[in-house]
Design a protein around this ligand. Structure first.
Ligand SMILES: NC(=O)c1ccc[n+]([C@@H]2O[C@H](COP(=O)([O-])OP(=O)(O)OC[C@H]3O[C@@H](n4cnc5c(N)ncnc54)[C@H](OP(=O)(O)O)[C@@H]3O)[C@@H](O)[C@H]2O)c1
Length: 257
């Protein structure tokens, strides 16, 4: 199995680079392509047994449509996209290859693989799936085998709701008009931790988070829930002050924890 060649489109940066390192550590030959590499994605597809798509979400559909038709049924086409329904359907529609959707639930900077979650969505074929799962199992990742629909539904909570909350905090902060250095002077440890998360989202890769939110089929529903909750908080405070809000929180705590 070690003479398998893996090609990662988008392997020059971010998650593609992370996956390239993991596979090289496992002894596989890895080729990478990006928009500036000498090796083109089409050439990579011709020399590799496994082709991985790890480009920004906005470029994923186009890359799958370009590369998918170049692969045959003995090859594996897989992706690392943070959304799963659309890329998986596109890979199935535009290629004869075996297909697997994969989403590592962490960023490229993760140092310890043990216990990190990886979602695998089986698409087509059964020859390559055990190979891929075996690599994650061997490295102590926690593999969740789910459908693309289930993945996207759960990501509407873990990513869409979560990131919307962070983005709302950042946007509301900027609307207050208070300068950052004044806010910092009065900050608490919890507030500093939250501000670090806002800074990461707003300055490191805002495009990725915007695409994760815009591309999830459940985002409208999550936005409705978010708006509803804010209205409920206002109503509870107006009618019952702190008791109203405390009651809401205690009721929710019983449901969640
Ligand atoms: N970052 C995360 O925390 C994270 C976590 C899990 C999953 N993901 C998923 O991983 C995928 C990649 O995200 P990332 O954060 O790793 O992105 P990234 O850091 O921006 O890296 C994207 C890579 O794709 C290449 N690229 C961009 N456009 C391309 C195109 N049209 N054709 C070929 N290559 C292209 C880039 O190289 P050039 O610019 O040189 O072309 C680069 O190598 C996304 O689907 C994302 O949802 C990300």
């Amino acid at each position: 199995m070690k003479d398998i060649k893996v090609g990662i489109i988008g392997g020059t940066g971010g998650m593609g680079l992370w996956f390239a390192d993991l596979l090289k550590k496992e002894g596989y030959t890895v080729h990478v392509s990006g928009r500036k590499t000498k090796l083109t994605s089409a050439e990579l597809a011709q020399i590799c047994n496994v082709v991985v798509i790890s480009v920004p979400i906005s470029a994923t559909a186009e890359v799958i449509k370009q590369v998918g038709p170049l692969l045959n049924q003995d090859q594996l086409l897989m992706d690392l996209t943070s959304l799963k329904i659309e890329p998986l359907n596109l890979m199935l529609a535009h290629s004869a290859a075996e297909v697997i959707g994969c989403h590592p639930l962490f960023g490229p900077g993760v140092l310890e693989s043990k216990g990190q979650n990886v979602v695998l969505c089986s698409g087509r074929g059964s020859n390559w799936y055990p190979w891929l799962k075996g690599i994650f199992d061997k490295n102590s990742f926690n593999v969740l085998e789910r459908t693309a629909a289930r993945h996207d539904e759960m990501m509407s909570i873990v990513q869409v709701l979560n990131h919307l909350n962070t983005i709302s905090l950042g946007l509301a902060l900027s609307e207050t008009g208070h300068p950052q250095d004044e806010i910092s002077q009065f900050s608490t440890p919890v507030f500093r931790a939250k501000l670090d998360i806002v800074k990461k989202l707003f300055t490191e890769s805002p495009g990725l988070y915007a695409e994760i939110i815009a591309g999830n089929p459940a985002t409208e529903k999550i936005l409705d829930t978010y708006e509803h909750v804010i209205r409920e908080i206002r109503a509870a405070l107006r009618s019952n002050g702190s008791t109203g809000l405390k009651d809401m929180m205690e009721k929710a705590a019983k449901k969640i924890f």
